[in-house]
Design a protein around this ligand. Structure first.
Ligand SMILES: [Ca+2]
Length: 284
């Protein structure tokens, strides 16, 4: 087994990478004491990055609001004092604007029944909405919800958010794609990992204070992701948020994260949940 392969194994195993790098550095040839000129010309070798140890978070509920229990939430954002929501399922997919305090649907447009709508975000005056398997997204005017265009992407569409420059797309894998919002070309891709292990099934997304928050499909966990390298910096355990006894019979998994930057509020819900929760994170 080569040293490189051994290094990868150690990386997959977790937190040994730093130790390996130190041993490799110590076993290298002796280095002559540098002169001042050499220091200027030859920068010190960059130490291998240490895997970040994610911070574990729990939550407290600040308040909760009514949510349409028929809404199969696939995208959720906070926009100008209301929620925008993308709902899925064939024949039930919509883009809607929802009054936060009451859950009342203020504005809604249907998506053709052949499409299963997915993640959604707003950049400038436009709403961008994914579909699951048609490799096609829809573009709407933010104010009127009039459809003004479409865009294409490869593979499945799951979650969508933006850092204000790119559209950021999840597809059920551990990859996040950054798309040019004009051409929809892939600008870069990051692999999301925790201690070197890939985290797949990334679903609904939200960009919050420089990090990407992502629902992990079929779990009660939200991961916090460093968009620079995909490393998971935090894991939020939302178990018990909607107690089993209180769930509507058709309630599905946790999905949907929205952020009110103005008031620094985080909202979460689930598919066909009857509540949206404002939560505050607490380190465990
Ligand atoms: Ca979101």
């Amino acid at each position: 087994m080569s040293v490189r392969t051994a290094g990868l194994v150690l990386l997959a195993g977790g937190v040994v990478l730093g130790g390996l790098a130190v041993r490799q550095a110590r076993s290298g040839p002796p280095v002559a004491a540098p002169t001042t000129a050499a220091v200027t010309a030859t920068p010190a070798p960059t130490p291998a990055p240490k895997p970040k140890v994610p911070v574990a978070y729990t939550y407290e509920v600040v308040t909760s609001y009514a949510h349409d229990p028929q809404a199969f939430t696939q995208g959720l954002i906070w926009q100008d004092g209301a929620f925008l929501e993308s709902t899925g399922l064939n024949g039930q997919s919509t883009l809607r604007r929802v009054e936060a305090a009451t859950g009342k649907v203020l504005q809604s447009v249907p998506v053709e029944a052949e499409y299963f709508a997915e993640g959604m975000t707003v950049l400038g005056p436009r709403v961008y909405q994914l579909t699951w398997q048609h490799q096609k997204g829809f573009i709407y005017d933010l104010a009127t919800f009039q459809r003004v265009g479409e865009f294409r992407y490869a593979g499945e569409g799951w979650g969508l958010t933006t850092d204000g420059k790119s559209l950021i797309l999840s597809d059920g894998s551990a990859q996040l794609r950054f798309l040019d919002p004009q051409t929809f070309a892939v600008q870069r891709t990051v692999s999301v990992s925790v201690n070197g292990r890939p985290v797949d099934k990334l679903n609904e997304l939200e960009f919050i204070k420089g990090e990407i928050f992502a629902n992990v499909w079929m779990t009660d966990f939200v991961v916090r992701i460093d968009p620079a390298d995909g490393s998971v910096t935090g894991i939020v355990d939302l178990s018990g948020l909607l107690p089993v006894v209180a769930r509507p019979p058709e309630a599905d998994v946790l999905n949907g994260i929205a952020y009110d930057a103005e008031k620094d509020r985080i909202f979460v819900t689930g598919k066909k949940w009857d509540r949206v929760f404002e939560i505050r994170l607490k380190a465990k």
